[in-house]
Design a protein around this ligand. Structure first.
Ligand code: ADP
Ligand code: MG
Ligand code: MG
Length: 898
């Protein structure tokens, strides 16, 4: 078995397709070498060896590797004209980790390996640069000590043991910067560092380069199972058996004086996507000095330098003299670098993020990879690459990460302002966006301030109006599918939910966190994309729905076969969704219409009525209001199908629970407070989610279904009279048995026929059902004999399949995810393994009976990319999601079809 792959000198054993075996870094180093980019020679130990190491241990792996690695080092020696461990002319190497995907923070790189007390003198002789040699040695002990020998701060409060020694010396010498150390200082540091290692680890710092090398290689392997790596792997669902590769590479030095330097660069702007080469560099520096911010880095291009100077308010003369771009300072090197960046981007057909080092006037490339980028840059780069002919249409679509489109749809904080923001706590990023406002604790007080943030322990349907008015919503309880989160996403409103650290006291109208108290009227800001809660105001900027975004959407529609609808409860939402490309409404929740001030009265009157006639009287008041709502929505959708769900929530959600409000209600209704109280008590349920709700309401109080059916059909006919087509699809919620459906269907059809007769006109409409109770999924063949469509209500279906109460899951789900019992929140990402079986089974059984049965999904999952892909595979006709996720679903559906 081949365990070691060489690269360098325009040759390579591997190539960029071998990421699984060589890791991303190793595969790209090989590829670069083969296409003639100057990379320092080196070799890659494969990820398979990491797996061997985990199974068999250190000794057996060293045995298996020894000959190959010795041969590889010899080949490096030949290319470089140096010798590993030589006192006269030592070969120095870097040892770098590299998994198949880049895993930030998994392991730090060790540079300058191969130095010891003798070799450092050889380095001095060879380079005639004492300062450089001792600085390299000092860095080596520091890095090796930290990474391989575990010389880390003992507690969180301690500082790094090496930093401590350096600080000490700086104090003694009364200097501030590393660059101010004398050669003697650096020499002293080396010995102090080694003493510290001996003291803390009980062993001498290894002087034999081979010991150093094996130690570093094993440290890289060990890092694969380190806490940070395991956490990161679990978060992304990467399997433990991937392993990491180890890259061993000849050192090139950017710290050899003013003719040397190091930098990072991007072939395009990672923030905006603009096609401009950009990056930063430092003269006389090594490794990560640029990123670490030891000194202010300079810009690579003259254009970039001028832009930077403008922002930093640096005068042109000052800039040209003290912060020249690489383009100005080393025009020849710049030209060469520019040639490589063009070549690499063409070669990889994507924006590249590169590392380079200049050693004494010679340029070396140390790394290239597809660069990380913002949502805006992602879209622009994909469209630009398509136009430039580097990628085709399908590739352009696959380059888009659906969830990242979110960034383009909501207003965002000014990144500059965020830098200085004071984060007081963090919750779940429930609904993206940026919100700034004054704290209010009660929904009905949301309009107290021009800009308010509604802060609640949790929200309820009663809070809807206030949520709509508030700029953002913050809750202490509840997860990603809590009421607050679902509603906020639907509204496209920023929401941070489940921020457990918040102590909210409604009585004193205060919010306590970490001993700090915030009062009603205090300014706070929410970052719905990160879950950060920030003290005070943070400036925002409007998102730009750039032309490229529209182009990508158009392209998606070309490949997409599944429809995308929206969940919308108002004409306003419907219009927003249509502007985002929704092809219909997959879910209109009728109960949301009942929460407005005058409607809730009629609703409560209906609930409080003890007789059928009393209820019918109250429903008569509701009928015209409901009809008007439907007219508005049908009109907004202009002939596109609209699925209307009949009343779903338990009635107790509509009655007041506070005594003062109960008194008010009693007065209004001219009944006793006791009567109100006893009705409220009567409606209370042990488990309302499994209680008297859904079609159980319509079957026990048929007059409710009758009113709603009438409102829908009359609205459609009224529009028809105005020349506007309406396509209602009436949806019965929470069916568990066929007879439940039949009873509802009968009421709907009888009512419709009555209305047709009255108006002497007809329209086409459908009657279908939600599949959200496991029993309905199991008996889908029976239900499909009657229902004209299925819509999977995957929120309830998940709740009931798992037996997790949606509103209580916040207590254990985060812990389950942390412990790895669940990989993801099943209310966010559809559980294909379990819940998915119910969906597939029901679809198949339904279509066995009715081959052209229309099937869709209207749960929160309808806008989640991996779930959309599942829906496509299941053969659904459409997915439906909140308006602001429509573009995401369109893209995900296109990707699924490609
Ligand atoms: P990371 O994956 O964290 O970026 P790298 O392995 O890329 O770690 O290395 C960290 C830093 O050290 C980078 O700036 C890189 O360019 C530099 N570096 C790595 N190997 C060498 C080398 N052989 N010569 C000079 N610099 C190197
Ligand atoms: Mg790197
Ligand atoms: Mg439901």
């Amino acid at each position: 078995k081949k365990r070691v792959y060489l690269f360098g000198d325009k040759k390579a054993d591997g190539n960029s397709t071998m990421k699984n075996l060589l890791g991303g870094k190793g595969a790209n180093l090989a590829e670069m070498s083969a296409i003639g980019i100057p990379v320092p020679p080196g070799f890659t130990i494969t990820t398979e060896v990491c797996t061997e190491y985990n199974a068999l241990g250190k000794d057996s792996v060293i045995n298996a590797l020894k000959e190959d690695v010795q041969a590889a080092i010899e080949s490096l020696e030949q290319t470089m004209g140096t010798k590993f461990g030589d006192a006269e002319n030592p070969l120095l190497i870097s040892v770098r980790s590299g998994a198949r995907v880049s895993m930030p923070g998994m392991m730090d790189t060790v540079l300058n390996l191969g130095l010891n007390d003798k070799a450092v003198l050889g380095l001095v002789k060879r380079t005639k640069n004492e300062r450089f040699a001792w600085d390299s040695y000092r860095r080596f002990i520091q890095m090796y000590g930290g990474v391989v020998l575990g010389m880390k701060p003992k507690t969180k409060q301690d500082i790094d043991p090496f930093e401590e020694i350096m600080e000490h010396l700086k104090d003694k010498r009364n200097i501030e910067l590393d660059t101010e150390f004398t050669v003697q200082d650096l020499r002293d540091l080396v010995y102090d560092f080694k003493d510290a290692v001996k003291k803390q680890t009980g062993h001498d710092f290894p002087t034999d380069p081979w010991d150093q090398l094996w130690g570093a290689v094993m440290a890289v392997f060990n890092s694969w199972n380190g806490d940070r790596a395991v956490y990161y792997r679990n978060m992304h669902g990467y399997p433990a058996d991937w392993g990491t590769a180890v890259n061993v590479q000849a050192m090139v030095f950017g710290n050899m004086g003013t003719n040397s330097g190091t930098g990072v660069c991007f072939t395009r702007d990672a923030g905006t996507g603009e096609n401009v080469f950009n990056g930063e560099y430092l003269i006389d520096a090594q490794g990560e000095d640029v990123v670490a911010g030891v000194r202010t880095p300079q810009q690579i291009t003259k254009l970039g330098s001028k832009r930077w100077a403008e922002l930093a308010k640096v005068e042109e003369a000052d800039r040209a003299e003290n912060y020249p771009s690489l383009e100005e300072l080393m025009p020849k090197i710049y030209k060469e670098l520019n040639g490589y960046q063009e070549k690499l981007e063409k070669h990889y057909r994507d924006m590249q993020d590169m590392e380079f080092t200049i050693q004494d006037g010679k340029l070396w490339i140390l790394q290239t990879r597809n660069g990380k980028r913002t949502g805006a840059a992602m879209v622009k780069i994909a469209v630009d690459l398509l136009k430039e002919g580097l990628i085709n249409e399908k590739e352009a679509i696959l380059r888009i990460e659906p969830n990242k489109l979110d960034e383009l749809l909501h207003p965002v904080f000014d990144p500059k302002a965020l830098k200085s923001a004071h984060v007081i706590a963090q919750g779940l990023p429930a609904s993206p966006g940026a919100a700034t406002g004054k704290i209010v604790f009660f929904a009905d007080e949301a309009s107290k301030f021009m800009h308010s943030i509604l802060v609640r322990i949790e929200t309820s349907p009663e809070d809807l109006e206030g949520m709509n008015i508030a700029k953002g919503i913050l809750t202490a309880r509840g997860g990603m599918t809590s009421h607050a989160a679902v509603v906020a996403r639907g509204m496209g409103k920023c929401c941070v939910s489940g921020a457990g650290a918040l102590k909210i006291d409604y009585k004193s109208r205060t919010l306590k966190v970490d001993g700090q108290v915030y009062h009603e009227g205090d300014w706070i800001s929410l970052n719905g994309s990160t879950g950060n809660i920030i003290e005070g105001k943070v400036a925002t900027i409007e998102p730009e729905l750039s032309g490229e975004f529209a182009e990508i959407m158009k392209l998606s529609d070309k490949f997409r076969t599944m429809e995308v609808r929206t969940n919308a409860d108002s004409p306003k939402d419907a219009k927003v969704a249509r502007s985002f490309g929704a092809q219909g409404i997959g879910l209109t929740r009728t109960e949301h219409m009942f929460f407005e001030v005058d409607r809730i009265k009629a609703m409560r009157e209906m609930i409080l009525a003890d007789t059928v006639n009393g209820r019918k009287r109250a429903l008569k008041h509701l009928l015209p209001m409901q009809r008007e709502d439907f007219e508005g929505i049908f009109e907004a959708m202009q002939g596109l199908p609209v699925t209307v769900r009949l009343l779903d929530p338990p009635l107790h959600e509509f009655v007041p629970h506070q005594l003062s409000l109960q008194k008010e209600l009693a007065e209004e209704m001219h009944i006793s407070v006791d009567a109100v109280k006893s009705k409220v008590a009567e409606l209370a349920e042990f488990n309302p989610m499994l209680g008297h709700r859904g079609c159980r309401l319509g079957n026990t109080y048929p007059e409710i279904t009758e009113m709603q059916a009438r409102a829908i059909i009359e609205a459609a006919l009224n529009l028809k009279a105005k020349g506007i087509e309406a396509k209602p699809e009436i949806m019965v919620p929470l069916i568990g048995t066929m007879d439940e459906f039949i009873m509802q269907e009968n009421i709907i059809r009888e009512t419709a026929n009555k209305v047709f007769k009255e108006k002497n006109d007809t329209i086409h409409y459908l009657v279908g059902t939600m599949i959200e109770i496991p029993r309905a999924a199991l008996t889908a063949d029976k239900i499909a004999q009657h229902a004209e469509f299925f819509s999977f209500g995957t929120n309830d279906l998940t709740q009931m399949a798992f037996g997790y109460s949606r509103d209580d899951a916040g207590k254990f789900l985060p812990i389950y995810i942390e412990k790895g019992i669940l990989k993801v929140d099943p209310f966010e990402v559809l559980d294909q393994e379990g819940v998915g079986q119910l969906v597939e089974m029901a679809t198949e059984r339904g279509r066995n009976v009715k081959p052209d049965l229309k099937v869709g999904i209207c749960g929160e999952h309808g806008g989640e990319p991996s779930s959309v892909e599942f829906c496509y595979r299941t053969g659904m006709n459409y997915v439906s999601c909140s308006p602001y996720r429509v573009p995401i679903a369109r893209l995900a559906a296109a990707q699924a079809a490609i």
